[in-house]
Write a protein that binds this ligand. Structure first.
Ligand code: C2E
Ligand code: CA
Ligand code: CA
Length: 593
């Protein structure tokens, strides 16, 4: 009986141990499965491997591992049988001989049962392992198909994001180039023509500066929608970046076809855009190249469409087809960008002066300093060609410092010659918001002994709106220094009139676009009249720029305008030429006391 208890004790211990082995291996298998999944499905590779390949391997690995433990179990069971048999033989017969062992095996029922154990456990182990492997297979299969589905969604999104613009969801530059490549191959196979159109919004930087990027983005989305809605389904439109869009027009016969589409697009952009509670009118410049007339490959056609677009912008033409004569625009821009720093250091920049005359007395009260670049290759360049570049690169700060220095130096020379004349200097947003600017001006005024009252700074409405608070601080500081402020190009900005009354301003300068045609265009005349009245109501001086004829001058006089500036009086000229020009005219510099 004792041996039976002992054997049962052994048997139950073994069972517990075997159960533990099974449990441990079950836990290990789960971890193992996870490892196998990770090993066989590294990120990104998931789609490339067939699901059955790693599964078969995993299954056989699992099986061999479980079989190993089953063999251990069987060996332990055999060891238990041997020990139990020896103990029964010893306890029942007092010694361990072959006869005693045979008789113990023959007569002891407990040993019989124990003898069955290895077979039961071996069978049980195999059975359990098969079930576990089946369960593991199901888990892996489920997880694999879930991971595959998730990966497919992620891959689709990643490939969409890589080829589309995040703001407008239009194709981006990469996809556009790809489509253009295909379109060109198809067109050359069919021997048909296609057109590439680059569209750039005019003055969009000002919209962004004035209304902020949030509202700028709203307008860009509206532009994208309108362009897309106007085109045929099979024409491609893309956003190349910023405010630049591109279109491929397939199978066009010639310029007539392109003109029709361009007209439609221009008409679509005509209704005002809503952003920031305002209705804004936005124009765009179109540059067009035709395949095969203007080039055979994507790079050339795109570059030439860009050149045509710049030309359209520069000539305010709306739409321009590429022509060799426009080539100057883009390479020149790049050369200018590279050479401007050196030009400032080596004083290739010059200042021309254009008089502002008192309409009542005909005396020159001030001159406006207008920068010029005497370029070694391109000759005399006007500011429109390099001021935007200098603003982008930050070179506008040293450029303005140089213009201020040359201007104050000249005012000092005139003062020594007995002429009492002030100077107005154009100041961009970047300069006005530079905290070092007022001190730099104080330094120059002191160095050339010029009274601050002789200096007026011309800033545009947009300049103030870029960062109203900082601009306001600087303007108050300048006013306290007795430097006067003029609002240049008045009427062309997007700002409201309400801000005007809080500004420490001395003068409003009516933009030449209203003045040039005021004798022929009733609307322009009304605007000029209203601005003059508004300025006087606010106690400000008014200057009209773009005064080209006596007719305009006398009309301005009738409307009560104070100061006139324009080609009628003088073009902008170098200081010495200006004096001789004026000596042959009815206009005169004021003599000091
Ligand atoms: P702005 O300040 O509006 O300057 C007036 C522009 O109108 C000048 O062109 C001048 O030559 C032109 N103009 C003057 N009278 C007449 C006229 O009767 N008829 C016509 N059609 N045009 C006239 P410019 O010199 O080419 O200057 C263009 C712009 O470049 C200036 O416009 C100003 O915004 C900018 N600029 C010039 N110098 C500087 C500078 O030193 N710093 C900065 N930030 N900008 C400058
Ligand atoms: Ca000006
Ligand atoms: Ca102006």
């Amino acid at each position: 009986m004792r041996s039976l208890y002992l054997l049962l004790g052994y048997g139950s211990n073994y069972r517990i141990r075997l159960a533990l082995v099974v449990l441990t291996s079950y836990h290990e298998h789960i971890c193992f499965c996870a490892l196998v999944v990770r090993h066989y499905f590294p990120r990104g590779e998931m789609m490339k491997i067939s699901a059955t390949q790693p599964l078969n391997l995993t299954t056989s690995l699992l099986k061999s591992r479980v079989s190993k433990y089953a063999v251990y179990g069987v060996l332990i069971a055999f060891s238990c049988i041997i020990i139990a048999t020896l103990m029964v033989a010893f306890l029942e017969n007092g010694g361990i001989h072959l006869d005693n062992i045979m008789s113990a095996q023959k007569n002891n029922l407990a040993l019989w049962m124990l003898d069955l154990m290895p077979f039961i456990f071996a069978f049980w182990g195999q059975y359990v392992s098969s079930i576990m492997v089946c369960q593991a297979e199901t888990i892996i299969l489920d997880q694999t198909s879930e991971l595959r589905a998730q990966t497919a969604v992620l891959e689709e999104k990643a490939s969409h994001d890589a080829t589309h613009d995040f703001l407008t969801d239009l194709p981006n530059r990469i996809l556009f180039h790809d489509r253009l490549q295909h379109a060109l191959s198809a067109a050359s196979r069919k021997q048909s023509k296609l057109a590439i159109m680059i569209i750039d919004l005019d003055n969009f930087k000002e919209v962004n500066d004035t209304l902020g990027h949030f509202n700028g983005d709203i307008i860009l989305k509206q532009v994208a929608n309108r362009l897309q809605a106007t085109l045929r389904n099979f024409d491609s439109v893309a956003r190349l970046g910023g405010d630049e869009f591109a279109i491929i027009l397939h199978e066009v016969v010639g310029e007539q076809d392109v003109n029709i589409v361009a007209k439609k697009l221009q008409r679509a952009l005509l209704p005002s855009f809503q952003a920031g509670g305002l209705n804004l009118n936005i124009n765009a410049s179109f540059g067009v190249t035709l395949f095969p007339d203007h080039g055979n490959d994507t790079a050339i056609l795109m570059q030439r469409a860009e050149v045509a677009m710049y030309a359209a912008k520069k000539e305010k033409a709306g739409l321009i087809y590429y022509d060799k004569k426009y080539d100057q625009y883009s390479p020149k821009r790049l050369t200018l960008m590279a050479g401007l720093r050196q030009a400032i250091d080596q004083q290739e920049l010059m200042v021309f002066f254009q008089p502002k005359v008192d309409i009542k007395t005909g005396k020159v009260v001030e001159v406006e300093a207008l920068v010029r670049w005497q370029h070694p290759e391109y000759g005399l360049l006007l500011p429109d060609e390099f001021i935007p570049v200098s603003e982008q690169t930050g070179l506008i700060i040293p450029l303005t410092a140089l213009v201020m220095e040359l201007s104050l130096k000249q005012v000092a020379v005139w003062s020594q010659e007995g002429y009492d004349v002030g100077v107005t200097i154009n100041i961009s947003a970047r300069v006005l918001l530079d905290p070092r600017f007022p001190d730099a001006l104080i330094g120059l005024l002191a160095a050339y002994r010029v009274e601050p009252e002789k200096v007026m700074l011309e800033i545009t409405e947009t300049t103030i709106m870029v960062d109203r608070e900082r601009a306001m601080d600087t303007l108050h500081r300048l006013k306290n220094m007795s430097v006067r402020i003029s609002i240049d190009d008045f009427g062309t900005g997007y700002s409201s009139l309400a801000y005007l009354k809080n500004l420490p301003v001395y003068e409003l300068k009516i933009d030449k676009s209203f003045v040039l045609e005021m004798c022929n265009n009733r609307d322009d005349a009304v605007i000029v009249k209203i601005v003059i009245e508004l300025a006087h109501q606010l106690g400000l001086q008014v200057t009209a720029e773009g005064v080209e004829t006596d007719e305009i001058l006398s009309m301005l006089d009738d409307l009560g305008c104070d100061i006139a500036q324009g080609y009628l009086v003088s073009m902008p000229l170098p200081a010495d030429e200006l004096l001789s020009h004026l000596s042959n005219s009815r206009w005169r510099f004021q003599r000091g006391c």
